[in-house]
Design a binder for this molecule. Structure first.
Ligand SMILES: [Cu+2]
Length: 271
């Protein structure tokens, strides 16, 4: 009897945690313009004159002292399914990542990593076509030049009666263009990312699910090899860190302490 008491105490706590997790499932993106480490909004990479120098600020946190190096950068990727073309032409179904920001740059062979002012600009062109990897707009005439976060919309709860005009962008998204572009758009290799020393990198993973395999409803993660994570929370091995459900987004946070080239892949785990 003694051993059963903790069970009764923990069950309601677990249920509360599950309810919170269920309510939190939605697509969102996150790309702050300033942080403790980069207190001044900047949309350019500063010339390199040395690493950031820190001193102890309020609450014991390290804050930039005399010199701030690096910048804030953001990217959004989809986790979902797609097909790879094998060497013999065979189409092989796979579980992979696709681009949901920097699409024009990725088309041009560049990383999909963007400064906040680019990432946080809502799209205003013609509607995307379902299944379109969006390298062209709906008219299929004008070369597509948009590099912002797919789906990003102004916050309709803060429109002050002015419609969309003037409403702040705070990471709310319309899921339709995300699904139109993200579903069946898994790429190998996955979207390229690039950051500089002392950058802070906000990487949003949006899990669009596997439309060809509804029996697969695993959670999705980003896992780097050799990269010194800011926190084990972002490691992407699901049994030890956060994993993202279908229909949800999560923003990983990375610092750039060591120069190098790193590869990354997903891990999946049953919900
Ligand atoms: Cu691995």
């Amino acid at each position: 009897m003694f051993s059963r008491k903790p069970y009764h105490a923990w069950l309601p706590i677990l249920l509360v945690c599950l309810a919170v997790a269920a309510n939190a499932q939605s697509f969102r993106v996150q790309c702050p313009t300033t942080t403790v480490t980069h207190p001044t909004a900047s949309n350019v990479e500063p010339p390199y004159t040395g690493a950031t120098t820190f001193s102890t600020g309020a609450g014991g946190f390290l804050t930039p002292a005399t010199h701030v190096n690096g910048a804030i950068k953001c990217q959004q990727i989809s986790g979902g399914d797609g097909f790879a073309t094998m060497g013999d032409g065979t189409q092989t179904y796979m579980f992979s990542f696709g681009p949901l920001s920097g699409l024009a740059d990725i088309r041009d062979g560049k990383p999909g990593t963007q400064f906040p002012n680019v990432f946080n600009t809502p799209y205003s062109g013609p509607a995307f076509l379902p299944g379109d990897p969006a390298t062209y707009d709906a008219a299929h005439v004008t070369p597509f030049s948009y590099n912002g976060a797919i789906g990003l919309v102004p916050n309709l709860d803060a429109n002050n009666g002015t419609g969309n005009t003037g409403a702040p962008v705070d990471g709310h998204v319309d899921p339709r263009p995300i699904m139109d572009i993200g579903v069946m758009n898994g790429n190998i290799p996955a979207p390229l990312m690039a950051i500089d020393e002392d950058d802070e990198f906000f990487l949003t993973l949006t899990n669009v699910g596997q439309v060809m395999r509804p029996d697969l409803f695993e959670r999705h993660t980003v896992h780097f090899h050799g990269y010194p994570n800011a926190s084990g929370f972002y490691d992407g091995v699901p049994d030890a860190s956060v994993a993202i459900n279908i229909g949800g987004s999560f923003t990983y946070y990375y610092l750039a302490p060591d120069a190098g080239t790193y590869f990354w892949h997903f891990h999946i785990t049953p919900p």
